[in-house]
Every structure is written in C-alpha cells, then in structure tokens.
Design a binder for this molecule. Structure first.
Ligand code: PEP
Ligand code: MG
Length: 571
C-alpha cells in the first residue's frame, strides 16, 4: 500500500515499523482490592519510581550535568514527603484504588502549585504532574519504548516527533521516520533533518494502519511511504536509495569550497541548529557560521527553566565551536506550536496569533534578562554572537528588547563580569507587519534574517502544520516572493546585512531569485549545506536575472514553481 504524506527530510529508508503509541492511563476499570493490598501496591510503585528515577538521574548527570539530574532527585524528595503519602493512604482508606489515590493527591498538589504566582512554585506543578503520570504508568504496567535500544533498520512511527524522543534515540539504528502530524517546516521536520533521517509527515492514521514489525519504505524526498512492499518495490527503492547516496557523495567536492556564484560573487552559507551539540555537525557540514540557533529547544523537555549558567554554557559552547565565524542566536521563540509546560502559558484560541515569542519575553523581563545576560557573557571571548528577535511586528518591540539588553550590559559592567559590549541585535522578518515596515525596522536593527516558514504562514493565512491547507503553504506564492524581495531591498537601502533562515533558503528553485535580489546569507539545515553551495556555484548573474524577471511575471505559485524547477533542471 502506498501512503502519501509531506516530504519532510530527504533520503530513502527501508526497514520495519516500531510504533510509538501514547499509552492510556485510564484506570476506571481497575478493581479495589482492599485497604492493605492497595497500600502495598502503592508502596511498591513508589519504591519502583524511586529506583527508576535515581537511575535516570545518574544517566542524566553523566550525559548533561548535575543541574538537570537535580530536577529528578527533587522528585524523589517530593514523593518522600510524609504528608503526601498519608493523603494517598487516606484516599485508599476511603475506597480508592492505588491509581485513584495517586491521581487525586498529585492532581490536587499540581493545581495548588500552578495557582501560585511564583515561578518556582509553578515549576513544582510540572514536577508533580510528571510524578503522577510516571506513578500511574508503573501501577498499570504501562512501559514505554526504549528509544535508546531500537533494533537496526527501525522505521519509527509516531503521532509526532518531539525533542525528548530525539534525545535518547540511537540514530544509527533508525532508517526513517513517519508521523501523523506536521508539515515541512514543523518542528518534527526540522528535528528529522537535523538527524539527517528520511522522514514523511502527516500520514493520516499512520498508527492505525501500521503495526509493529510491518515492512516499510520511507521516501523522504517524495513524501511517500510504502507499507508491506513486495520484492520488486523493495529493489526499486534500494536502487533509488543508492542513487541518493551517490548524489550526496558527489556533493563532497563542495565541502572545502567557498560559497561563490559562477561569476565569483561571494555569499555567506550558514547552518540552522537546535542545540549546542548540533554545532559540531554544522561545523563538519561545511557551514561558514550559524544563521539560526533555535534556543527554545534548550527550554523544552525540562521541567524547569534553564538558569543563566545552563544557558551560558550552551551559547558559549556554540561560540567556541564556531570560533572566528558568526553565530546568530535567536531568543526564546515560545508559543504557537512550541509548548513549554512549566512556563504556564495559558491555552489560547489562536496560539499562532497569541502571546508568543518576543511578545511573551517582553512581558516576562526577569526571565528574558536571564537569556540576554547569558548571551552577552557567552559572546565575550569570541565576539562572534549576534542576538536575533523572533516574531517582531513593530518598532517598539525592538526598542524594548534593546532597552533590556542595555540594562543587562549595565548590570554586568557593574558586577565586573566580562561581556560583548558591541553585540549585534537583529530581527527576524517573519510577519507581514515586519515585512511592510522593514525600512523602519532597518533603522533599529543591525541585521535582518527572513523567516520564510512563518512569513509564508502569516502572509498566506495558512497554518504551517495543517495538511488540509498545505497546498496554499508555498514560498513560491507571488505574495510571499514580493514580500521577500521588498525586505531584502529595504535592508540593502539601509546598509544592513539580510539573511534567510527559513527552509526556503535551501530550495533550489528559489536560490537564483534570492541571489538576484542580493540576499547576503543563506542559512539552511546542516544536511543541505553542500547542496545549497552547489546550487549557488552554478549560476551566472545574467541567467539568474533573466529567470527572476520571468518568474515575477507569473501570477500563480504553481506556475512560478514549475518554471523555476524546469529552469534549474535545464541549466
Ligand atoms: C521561520 O519562521 O522561518 C523560522 C526560521 O523559524 P521557526 O521555523 O523556528 O519558526
Ligand atoms: Mg518562525
């Protein structure tokens, strides 16, 4: 059976399904076995919880550091609170099974902590919720899949790919990824590309159609999944896989080349990363800098805020890895499709239009200043860090962020802490509002980077992760192209560099247009660095000018895309 989804990460993978299902923690059918038996079940579960949590803490202490491990040991301490235990026992005396008792008491504490107007207390709410679900899983015998011990040739099938899943993943044994949700620029797609694994997203009901052990082929470039392929189909795809591998190997000649077009004009070619560890991959990929470090990944998959030291260490590590090269670090881009439980963001009707990114950060200056201080300090030695603001819509936001940055500089200077006093501050241009006032923003910013993932979403009024409207979500839409062109031109008039860190920067069809309009910097996933350099190398100015003029004369996205793809294949 052939299933069509969204082509999220190139490559062809063949293997067998391992399905990651969210297990139900519904205990309504669990019988009550009497006071003593339920209390014994509860105590056994708590003992098991403590053992597993201590083992996890040890692992995290080795892999990440003592601070992260403390979060887990803190949970053991919380659960050791005699008052909490006696409340659970009382619930059992009142006729609850162990599951009901653990659920009721943990939920009561979580609600209580969540209602307190104090950051630390709210973080405790997240901890108690975590304790609740892990205790219930133990009581109900629900075991998750160990992603660090997957068999070779695994095709991972999940509702969504989350950063926590990727943390422990033994990548070598994974041949491909399939999810039920997400679009080309969703975070699942970005993670899959960072892992350099073929991925097809938005396969409706994948977890119903696919069973553990089913034979699968994932063609990430075409957005196609083949379920239970026959021998002939397998050999066809093995040939396609070989072809892909050969093409990738042929790009190696570009690794040590500079990024210049056929007339010798240079461009900057940077990489997008989501963690300090990925900076190593970026450096090896031939990237000449980092054009986007998505710092929200540092805030996800934790139960509390990363403090200034944790943040400083991550930014400093990237700065050092890329010494002598630029590192553009985006401040916390939370909200929209990026939920972080412990921040206590309220549920919103329209999260993409809501309290997110720079809006959220400016309303939480104490939280934001921790990040700004960490960035200023991390840039002190190499002086290669630039700070980038997400989702800017008006000049006031840049001014307010600059004001906080100045406060941080003053505080650091007073405390005698070294920092980069000339750190650059730039804006992402990813909303129609920012694009329309790019000339005004250019007076306030040291640089721009165009975020086409969101710029396309907001310009076209189309949710970037919604498969039903995916056909409208295209950077080839004339509206999006006009917007990009005018932003680059506003930046050039003001004399500030303009980059692009949205996925469109790696699109072979768009590259000649971006070159024609004078884009200074292309920032792409590490996996796309060499292919992007190869594309830039092939164009002469006279050709990209002609093609751009022709494309701009067209009135539909499909017309533009078809024309550009044909031109790229011909030249
Ligand atoms: C963008 O919107 O283009 C972008 C690069 O940011 P993100 O994908 O993280 O929203
Ligand atoms: Mg964005």
């Amino acid at each position: 059976m052939v299933l069509k989804g969204i082509n999220a990460s190139d490559g062809v993978g063949l293997g067998c399904a391992v399905c990651v299902r969210e297990e139900s923690l519904d205990y309504s059918d669990v019988p009550y076995s009497g006071k003593e038996a339920e209390k014994a079940r509860l105590q056994n579960a708590i003992d098991e919880f403590n053992q597993r949590t201590a083992a996890m803490a040890d692992r995290i202490r080795e892999q990440t550091g003592p601070k992260e491990a403390e979060i887990l040991t803190g949970q053991i301490t919380m659960l050791a609170d005699p008052f909490m235990l006696s409340q659970m026992q009382e619930a059992i005396d009142g006729g609850s099974c162990a599951e009901g008792a653990a659920d009721a008491v943990c939920t009561m504490y979580a609600d209580m902590f969540a209602g307190v107007d104090d950051e630390l207390m709210r973080q405790r709410a997240t901890d108690v919720r975590d304790i609740r679900s892990r205790l219930l899983s133990i009581l109900m015998g629900v075991t998750g899949i160990d992603l660090s011990a997957l068999p070779a040739g695994t095709i991972l099938v999940a509702h969504d790919l989350t950063p926590s899943m990727t943390v422990g993943l033994n990548r070598e044994n994974v041949a491909g990824i399939i999810t039920e949700t997400g679009g080309r620029t969703s975070h699942s797609a970005i993670l899959a590309r960072a892992l350099q694994l073929p991925a097809v997203l938005s396969i409706a009901k994948a977890l119903e159609l696919i069973k553990d052990g089913d034979g699968l082929i994932v063609d990430g470039g075409a957005g196609v999944v083949v379920l239970s392929p026959d021998a002939r189909t397998r050999s066809e795809y093995l040939a396609k896989q070989k072809d892909y591998q050969e093409k990738t190997a042929a790009l190696e000649v570009y690794r040590d080349k500079s990024t210049a077009d056929a007339d010798g004009k240079y461009y900057h070619l940077y990489a997008n990363i989501g963690s300090a560890a990925e900076a190593e991959t970026a450096a090896q990929s031939g990237a000449e800098g980092i054009g986007l470090f998505r710092t929200e990944f540092l805030f996800m998959d934790r139960t509390s805020l990363p403090d200034e030291t944790v943040q400083y260490e991550a930014y400093y590590a990237v700065s050092k890895t890329m010494a002598g090269k630029e590192v553009i670090i985006r401040t916390l881009d939370v909200g929209g499709d990026k939920a972080i439980d412990y921040l206590g963001l309220e549920k919103e009707e329209n999260p993409f239009l809501g309290h997110r990114a720079i809006r959220y950060c400016l309303d939480r200056p104490e939280l934001y200043k921790v990040q700004l201080r960490a960035l200023l300090r991390a840039g002190a030695e190499e002086q290669n860090i630039k700070i980038m603001l997400p989702l800017v819509t008006c000049v006031e936001e840049v001014r307010a962020a600059r004001e906080l940055l100045d406060q941080c500089k003053k505080e650091l200077a007073e405390a005698g802490v070294p920092y980069d006093k000339d750190i650059a501050l730039g804006a992402m241009i990813e909303t129609p509002a920012a694009a329309l006032i790019a000339d005004l923003l250019a007076q306030e910013c040291d640089f721009f980077s165009i975020g086409t993932n969101d710029l396309t979403q907001y310009t076209m009024a189309v949710d970037r992760g919604n498969a039903k409207v995916a056909k409208l979500y295209s950077p080839f839409q004339p509206a999006v192209l006009r917007s990009i062109r005018s932003v680059i031109s506003a930046g050039k008039r003001a004399g500030i560099p303009v980059g692009m860190c949205g996925e469109a920067a790696a699109d072979p069809g768009l590259i000649p247009l971006l070159m024609c309009w004078g884009l200074d910097e292309f920032s792409v996933s590490s996996a796309s660095v060499l292919a992007t350099r190869a594309q830039i190398h092939r164009w002469h100015e006279k050709d990209f000018r002609r093609i751009t003029e022709e494309a701009l004369g067209m009135s539909t996205a499909s017309g533009v895309e078809g024309y550009l793809k044909a031109s790229v294949n011909q030249s």
